[in-house]
Design a protein around this ligand. Structure first.
Ligand SMILES: *[C@@H]1O[C@H](CO)[C@@H](O)[C@H](O)[C@H]1NC(C)=O
Ligand SMILES: *[C@@H]1O[C@H](CO)[C@@H](O)[C@H](O)[C@H]1NC(C)=O
Ligand SMILES: *[C@@H]1O[C@H](CO)[C@@H](O)[C@H](O)[C@H]1NC(C)=O
Length: 622
């Protein structure tokens, strides 16, 4: 039969079938469109991998430079840097570092920088030399900073001028290990830290030979990104070049095009800002607006000024924007897509009501995890959908979890039990070649802790996300909570044991149990600790404040402390947290003495009902 005859018949038939199915399954069109998009990106990565030559995100950047050299790549404050500017600047950085530090393929360099354009060209410069970069969180200090630096195996540290003081604190330990430290300024008076800016300014800006990075493959480590995992100090998640590609496709899957202007106001040291924002921008070839720090009051003005069409968010971003005073022009902007995670349904609705019809792409993913979801429908409050293709390629499950014992429920055969529909369960992702779990740098024990064995059959292996999710009868996926040993505050994960270790340094404290408590009107949970004092000692509120503020970033500090005479343990000798979390910090309900960390007075003050009321009313800023 002639194609002109059967094709229309086939198409009509398919349309009718589709219409029928759509009535039965209202989200079919969205499911199909998402599956198709995701599959196309998956195929693209497979195609890259089959090429004779390795094709990295850096190669993609270089192709964009050739294609549109003068297109703006980064807007930052008053400056605009084109693709070609950034390319040349990264050549200078690479040449300067090659000369000064003798960097070569396979070396690891730690970056301790705020959000600024040089973050981007330093990274590109390192990629041109075939080096991996460790992205240090610029809020961390002392012991934590030293630990993060050391665990990735870097032998060079590059620091922003304004962060030099934090590096000076750990300089003796760095010197002992013969680490080279470079500061982004012309000179530095501190012995052991060298200024590198002049050397960069003087270096030639010619392209570097690809032979310098000839041995880099998809499986090579490109980045270390720190995650505050389940226990202890932050861990360096290994991000391979393959992984960069996968994360960089998120913009494309979310409908972002090369004409879009993306606003990055999240820190570049996290995967959201770096992988979804920055390298995703390279993949799309679009323009980025980089912000040093999120500002709710400047947000929409920035969007108007730069014609921003895509924004990134975390739950707090949305809430802070909704908390700004109403303005007449607040719907006057071009933002059409928001990509991020952690927004609550009520805030989401308010956000849409106030700022217009923005397509919110809520996603769920962990830097090191092997499973992610993306909200590709228009349903408020969900992080994604159960999708046949997705599940087939990246098998995952929600399993029953015992919150008291903080471990998965196991049946008589020692296997895990799937959670029922609508019941929160621990998300686990099967570790396969297609969805690997690379683990953490220099930390076998932590890597092993995230692996869960004997889940559905003896000998199988899953990645333990540490997150409780829920799937409803319509196959929508919802985020429920974090399991016990971490909590999230101001967009940062906090490991409770890391905080407890610091509290144990306070002279009067015998033992500490750290957890997060919910506060009305805030995303996540704020830090709280139940502590037992040493025999015969009083709580030293000034010393406790000194230790906490010296050693912990503000978001990780326990803002509430509860004094107990004894910490309750579970049957398996873990500290009981569930009850403490539920009891919270209301002095009307808790009989134990409680203290509140007053950052202005620089000490812990007695938590009275009055202070409690001010906190709840939002009159004391947390
Ligand atoms: C790549 O690997 C080969 C063989 O191991 C080695 O001889 C060569 O020096 C490496 N190239 C670079 C740039 O390190
Ligand atoms: C934003 O768009 C307007 C109108 O299309 C244009 O005149 C202006 O130059 C654009 N601004 C930037 C920073 O691209
Ligand atoms: C998905 O995005 C749509 C459109 O912005 C939004 O209305 C809906 O609430 C989102 N659903 C989830 C689960 O995030």
């Amino acid at each position: 039969m002639d194609v002109y005859v059967w094709l229309p018949v086939l198409v009509t038939g398919l349309c009718v079938l589709f219409a029928l199915l759509s009535t039965a399954c209202p989200h079919l069109a969205q499911d199909c469109s998402y599956m198709l998009k995701a599959a196309l990106f998956g195929l693209r990565l497979e195609r890259y991998k089959r090429r004779a030559r390795f094709y990295s995100i850096l190669d993609c950047f270089l192709a964009a430079v050739r294609k549109h050299p003068h297109k703006p790549f980064i807007h930052f404050m008053k400056d605009t840097h084109s693709y070609s500017d950034v390319d040349r600047q990264s050549n200078k950085v690479a040449r300067a570092l090659q000369k000064e530090a003798g960097l070569k393929e396979g070396d690891i360099v730690a970056l301790f920088l705020g959000n600024e354009p040089c973050f981007i060209w330093i990274w590109l410069g390192l990629a041109k030399l075939g080096c991996a970069a460790a992205l240090l969180n610029f809020n961390i200090r002392s012991k934590s900073l030293l630990h993060c630096f050391s665990c990735c195996g870097a032998n060079v540290l590059i620091v922003a001028e304004e962060l030099c003081g934090a590096v000076e604190e750990i300089l003796p330990a760095l010197k002992e290990k013969s680490i080279s430290v470079y500061v982004l300024s012309d000179t530095c008076s501190t012995d052991g830290i060298k200024g590198i800016s002049q050397s960069i300014a003087r270096a030639p800006d010619e392209e570097l030979s690809p032979s310098l990075r000839a041995n880099v493959t998809y499986q090579s480590t490109a980045l270390y990104i720190y995650t505050s995992g389940t226990t202890g100090l932050p861990k360096a998640a290994t991000v391979t070049h393959e992984r960069i590609w996968a994360a960089s496709f998120i913009q494309g899957v979310s409908g972002v095009t090369s004409n879009d202007v993306l606003y990055i106001n999240l820190p570049l040291y996290h995967s959201a800002g770096f992988l979804i924002g920055f390298t995703g921008g390279i993949e799309r070839g679009n323009s980025l607006v980089l912000k040093r720090k999120f500002s709710a009051s400047q947000f929409w003005d920035d969007c108007r000024k730069y014609n921003v069409t895509v924004m990134q968010y975390i739950g707090e971003t949305m809430r802070y924007l909704c908390n700004t005073p109403k303005r007449d022009n607040e719907r006057d902007h071009k933002v059409r897509i928001a990509i991020g995670n952690g927004v609550r349904a009520d805030v989401w609705n308010e956000f849409l009501n106030r700022f217009g019809n923005i397509y919110v792409r809520e996603l769920y993913a962990a830097t090191e995890g092997n499973i992610g979801f993306i909200n590709y429908t228009r349903k408020v409050g969900v992080v994604g959908r159960v999708n046949y293709l997705h599940k087939r390629f990246f098998p995952y499950a929600l399993i029953k979890f015992d919150i008291e014992k903080e471990e998965p429920v196991r049946n008589a055969d020692g296997l895990c039990v799937p959670a029922a529909r609508g019941e929160p369960g621990l998300l686990v992702g099967k570790i396969t070649r297609k969805s690997p779990f690379v683990g953490y740098a220099g930390n076998k024990q932590q890597t092993e802790k995230k692996r869960l064995r004997d889940v559905f059959v003896k000998g199988d292996l899953y990645f333990n996300s540490g997150d409780l999710l829920k799937i409803d009868h319509e196959n929508f996926v919802y985020f429920h909570d974090r399991v016990g040993d971490t909590f999230r505050w101001k967009g940062e994960n906090v490991a409770t044991t890391e905080v407890a270790d610091i509290l144990n340094m306070v002279d009067c404290i015998e033992e500490a149990n750290v957890y997060g408590v919910a506060v009305k009107g805030h995303e996540g949970r704020i830090g709280m600790a139940a502590v037992v004092l040493k025999e015969g000692r009083d709580f030293d509120s000034t010393d406790a404040c000194r230790v906490v503020t010296n050693y912990l970033p503000v978001y990780a500090s326990p803002r509430f402390i509860r004094i107990q005479s004894l910490l309750e343990l579970t049957g398996t000798f873990k500290m009981k947290k569930v009850k403490l979390v539920e009891e919270g910090f209301n002095p009307a309900l808790v009989r134990d003495p409680m203290f509140f960390l007053d950052l202005v007075k620089k000490k812990y003050i007695t938590l009275t009902q009055e202070i409690y009321d001010l906190v709840i009313a939002g009159d004391i800023k947390l």
